[in-house]
Design a protein around this ligand. Structure first.
Ligand SMILES: [Zn+2]
Length: 389
């Protein structure tokens, strides 16, 4: 069964304009790079339909949809976080945003229908959008709508893992009281980065206590620290939660060169993360894996390489790190951006070996590991201080 790859150039219409960092050129360059490397050879790209209003109402308020539709022609402030520097109003904003949701829903449908075990949509991952408010470049929350849809189509244990540098606050908020959805977010510490949430103590409410997981990492965390924290927290919780599907937001603004944040991962780290997520889906979720994109603002040097690795991982066509960047792709980039300094290969030359938590060393990420394990593990019958758990 071939994985579902969702892509349509119409998704480039989600364009916040001008100098806004969320520039759709990153998606275009990614698809071109993956194509040049043969990652998409023989793969039918699935063309999405916009999500309907009814589908969007799963997560979003009716008055918010009305405001999004009205905003481009209103001539006044429609509120709801729209028209700010982060979330500028653009023409076709509703249609373009609904198409992003429809593209993630299409991937979810293919998995729910048994037509694919895995699906990938690099245009998705708009994890900050709230019920009645745009936030952090996100108008509608495709991740949350897709999870909500899956809950009504045969799934009642869904694990969401968010590797974006920012806290996955919109998805966490949507399911904070829902024990059927385990949300996990690893991100730069909220003291030091917008949106200022995602503390270890945010663990879910009521009967969902223990199903919201946050690992706030110190600025400067590199691949080895990130992976140490991930492995100290996530696999054990997945083993206990026994998800039927893994939904992952794969933002790549955790890269060292990203202009908006201060973690220090590499393309090699991202590649390792994707292989790890694939393994976890195989081991804990019967192989079902819905992967979406997210943040990532080093548009030329980082996003295309990292998300090409993501698509390759989903397709089991892993690209070797030392693979050179194809000349056709390089020429395309240089025609548009003659001063771009491109890396030569699909690697940053980093070794992603990490040391497991509990090795006696005192790594800077161990504060986060201890806090998160102590907040969560007892709720799942696990020992927070025993590295074997
Ligand atoms: Zn982000």
């Amino acid at each position: 069964m071939q994985p579902a790859v969702v892509w349509d150039p119409a998704l480039l219409g989600y364009d916040l304009g001008g100098e806004h960092p969320f520039n759709p050129v990153r998606l275009d360059l990614t698809v071109r790079l993956a194509t040049e490397l043969g990652v998409l050879d023989g793969v039918e790209l699935l063309v999405p339909e916009p999500a309907t209003d009814t589908e969007l109402y799963r997560i979003h308020a009716e008055e918010y949809l009305a405001a999004v539709k009205l905003a481009p022609t209103a001539g006044w402030d429609v509120g709801h976080g729209l028209g700010t520097a982060d979330n500028p109003v653009f023409s076709d904003m509703h249609d373009a945003s609904a198409l992003v949701v429809g593209s993630t829903l299409l991937g979810a449908r293919k998995i729910a229908d048994g037509e694919a075990r895995r699906a990938v949509n690099i245009a998705g991952g708009l994890h900050h959008a709230m019920r009645g408010r745009a936030a952090g470049f996100c108008v509608y929350n495709d991740c949350a709508v897709a999870i909500s849809w899956l809950l009504d189509h045969g799934f009642d244990r869904i694990a969401y893992v968010d590797t974006d540098v920012h806290h996955g606050d919109g998805v966490q908020a949507a399911f904070y009281g829902d024990p059927r959805v385990l949300t996990v977010s690893l991100h730069q510490h909220p003291f030091t980065l917008w949106p200022g949430t995602g503390y270890s103590a945010e663990t879910g409410s009521g009967e969902a206590e223990g199903t919201s997981v946050n690992v706030p990492l110190p600025p400067g965390t590199r691949d080895a620290g990130w992976l140490r924290a991930f492995h100290a927290v996530v696999p054990s919780l997945l083993e206990v939660f026994r998800p039927q599907i893994l939904v992952t937001q794969c933002g790549v603004d955790s890269h060292e060169e990203d202009p908006l944040a201060d973690l220090a991962l590499s393309v090699d780290g991202h590649r390792t993360i994707y292989a790890t997520l694939r393994d976890l889906a195989e081991r804990h979720a019967e192989g079902r894996w819905l992967a979406v994109g997210g943040g990532g603002y080093q548009l030329i040097r980082v996003v295309p390489r990292s998300w090409t690795h993501l698509m390759a991982t989903v397709l089991d066509r892993d690209v070797k790190p030392e693979t050179p960047l194809p000349p056709n792709w390089v020429n395309t980039v240089l025609r548009a951006a003659p001063s771009a300094e491109l890396p030569p290969e699909m690697t940053d030359g980093r070794d992603t070996t990490y040391h497991s938590w509990g090795d006696g060393a005192d790594d800077p990420v161990d504060v986060a590991i201890r806090d998160t394990r102590r907040a969560l593990f007892p709720l799942h019958g696990l020992d927070p201080d025993d590295p074997r758990d």
